[in-house]
Design a binder for this molecule. Structure first.
Ligand SMILES: CC(C)(COP(=O)(O)OP(=O)(O)OC[C@H]1O[C@@H](n2cnc3c(N)ncnc32)[C@H](O)[C@@H]1OP(=O)(O)O)[C@@H](O)C(=O)NCCC(=O)NCCS
Length: 217
């Protein structure tokens, strides 16, 4: 990276993001249809102050993105999306975007008098990959997140259906804030409830009855 332009990372407003075709191009091409929430949900979270969107530029090119949702009970930063432009992957940009998203989320929570207990995110399960090639990509993605300090939680987890479709079985990963332990079963349960109700219920508009049913397993 020494011979490259430095990365410029920033949180962007809803209006700025709405018109940034390069950001949305990376978003659309990095995630499968059933794991991509509608643009209006991302923009709505920014306007409501519960979400942040990170844009990463190198020179005049957008090379990476992240979105986070701020959880309150318990206070935590939910990393909803993280992606690097396909042609820029493997150059250690992803870790820098993740770090910036964590710091921005922590800062925003602190402004509201809350202390983030950690960073939490969802990952696709390698054992459910449709192809062996996809299984390898999912394993490498988990290894990438482990290199960033993440731990896989053993609690079974499903991502509620983001569009018409079925819920997607996934794993949850966490990275506790410095000095905090990896969450035990009780904190993990509280985190899942926060993700379901604060993010998927309130921000995505998924009916509470559906979420309650998923929580019951
Ligand atoms: C996961 C991701 C953000 C990592 O960013 P990055 O800048 O490439 O990260 P690094 O250079 O530090 O690490 C590279 C790792 O990313 C993954 N990776 C690299 N190139 C990749 C590619 N072309 N396709 C898929 N994954 C790739 C691998 O895990 C790789 O690990 P390796 O050492 O085994 O090759 C990036 O690969 C990406 O945007 N993937 C698609 C979107 C995604 O899966 N996001 C995470 C779930 S929200």
């Amino acid at each position: 990276m020494t011979d490259r332009a430095p990365l410029c990372l920033e949180c962007v407003s809803a209006d700025d993001l709405a018109g940034d075709g390069d950001w949305w191009q990376i978003y659309d091409s990095s995630f499968p249809d059933d794991e991509r929430e509608p643009r209006a949900v991302i923009l709505g979270s920014l306007r409501a102050g519960t979400g942040l969107a990170v844009r990463t530029r190198q020179g005049d090119q957008v090379v990476g993105l992240a979105t986070v949702h701020l959880l309150y009970q318990p206070a935590a930063v939910f990393l909803v999306y993280l992606a690097v432009a396909a042609e820029q992957r493997g150059r250690k940009i992803g870790g820098e975007v993740l770090e910036y998203a964590w710091e921005a989320g922590t800062r925003r929570l602190a402004e509201q008098g809350r202390t983030a207990t950690g960073l939490v995110w969802e990952v696709d399960r390698p054992d459910l990959a449709p192809t062996s090639q996809d299984e390898v990509i999912r394993e490498r993605r988990i290894a990438f997140f482990q290199r960033q300090g993440g731990t896989l939680l053993s609690r079974p987890y499903v991502q509620p259906a983001l569009r018409a479709g079925r819920p997607v079985p996934m794993h949850l990963m966490v990275r506790p804030a410095p000095g905090n332990p990896v969450p035990g079963p009780e904190t993990t349960e509280a985190l899942v409830r926060a993700i379901y109700h604060e993010k998927y219920g309130r921000a995505n508009g998924i009916p509470e009855a559906l979420l309650a049913e998923l929580l019951r397993g």
